[in-house]
Design a protein around this ligand. Structure first.
Ligand SMILES: *[C@@H]1O[C@H](CO)[C@@H](O)[C@H](O)[C@H]1NC(C)=O
Length: 242
């Protein structure tokens, strides 16, 4: 696998490399030099069981600072017969701040800001998560149900001074975070899940041709995790587990 650059980034940015199962790379064929002022990552988890444990995520980083942000969806258990969609929007950047009510300081036990919402909504619909610059170095993550058009702000955070726009090209992943902190696990105990990752888009002038360019298995369960990937016209349908 040609993941040298990818693996290096992942080692520093995703705290638990072994728990990640599938990686993807995204990139725009054209993007302004200064970066993207907004990006939309669509996801669909219609086939995912309604159980906590998996994270379907895309990462992005910013010109002028070091650490990544990430956003994505996680299934949750039904509540009172209604399905619950969990959406997260985080930054690992030291010095990032927030005043938003859905957010708190710290990300995965390190510096940064984490924001999340749980909404009672339909798994069969595709969700867009938009990450957009709202002023200076402040960014907002919004969850949009593409069928009902209902939009919910996941959160907002402010990056340190000197942070620029979003760099063209980064990675995403499917992770089973339930294994986090467990001394060991067998790959064949991985529960089944499935999610569709769509090509990213952007309204930023000069941005064109957002694509998921590559999807690959990685971590310590390669070849043993029930991984099946199907490429669609503008998406990858990714299945893991049993
Ligand atoms: C969701 O994103 C896609 C492109 O990624 C866009 O075509 C569509 O209009 C968006 N839907 C909503 C409701 O914003």
């Amino acid at each position: 696998m040609k993941i040298t650059a990818a693996a290096a980034i992942l080692v520093t940015c995703v705290p638990s490399l072994a728990l990640a199962l599938v990686g993807n790379e995204w990139k725009f064929t054209k993007a302004p030099e200064a970066g993207l002022a907004d990006i939309t990552f669509p996801f669909n988890m219609a086939k995912a069981p309604h159980k906590s444990g998996f994270y379907f995520a895309q990462q992005f980083n910013f010109h002028g600072i070091k650490d990544v942000g990430y956003t994505g969806l996680q299934p949750r258990e039904d509540e009172n017969g209604k399905s619950v969609v969990h959406a997260a929007f985080s930054s690992f950047q030291a010095g990032a701040t927030t005043k938003h009510r859905n957010c708190h300081t710290g990300a995965d036990g390190g510096p940064g800001v984490s924001c999340a919402i749980d909404i009672k909504d339909d798994y069969s619909n595709t969700y867009n998560i938009t990450v957009e610059n709202i002023r200076d170095t402040t960014w907002r993550g919004t969850l949009i149900n593409t069928v009902t058009k209902k939009a919910d702000v996941i959160g907002e955070w402010t990056l340190p001074k000197g942070a620029g726009k979003i760099v063209n090209g980064q990675l995403g992943f499917v992770e089973y975070y339930t294994w986090n902190g467990q001394p060991s696990h067998t790959c064949d105990s991985l529960p089944y899940t499935q999610a569709v990752f769509y090509d990213p888009t952007s309204k930023t002038k000069g941005a064109e041709g957002g694509k998921i360019t590559k999807v690959y298995e990685y971590g310590d369960c390669v070849g043993k995790a029930g991984y099946v990937v199907k490429k669609g016209t503008n998406n990858y349908d990714i299945k893991v587990g049993f």
